[in-house]
Design a binder for this molecule. Structure first.
Ligand SMILES: [Zn+2]
Length: 93
């Protein structure tokens, strides 16, 4: 599913969940109840997108497991980055 993009200004070093060295998540809302912001590393800087997990949003992901985190379906960033969050890790698609 495609990410909404355009969120920046977050420090990936202070993320809530480190999926790997190049992919991190920030929780949105109360303990991530609303979703996450994914930040992934580009050649220069980071790319950001939102992953909604509540039903208020037109597109939302399913939290198959909260700990370790597994989301479905896959995540497709506007920049072309595509992968899965499985067992708290980023898995390239
Ligand atoms: Zn991206």
């Amino acid at each position: 599913m495609k990410l909404d993009v355009g969120i920046g200004g977050l420090d990936p070093n202070k993320a809530d969940i480190f999926l790997d060295l190049d992919h991190v998540l920030f929780r949105v809302g109360n303990d991530g109840r609303e979703g996450f912001i994914l930040a992934h590393r580009l050649r220069l800087g980071w790319c950001f997108g939102t992953i909604w997990t509540d039903t208020k949003h037109e597109r939302s992901w399913n939290v198959a497991s909260a700990m370790p985190l597994t989301l479905t379906p896959s995540i497709l960033c506007a920049c072309g980055e595509h992968g899965f969050v499985r067992n708290g890790k980023w898995v390239p698609a």
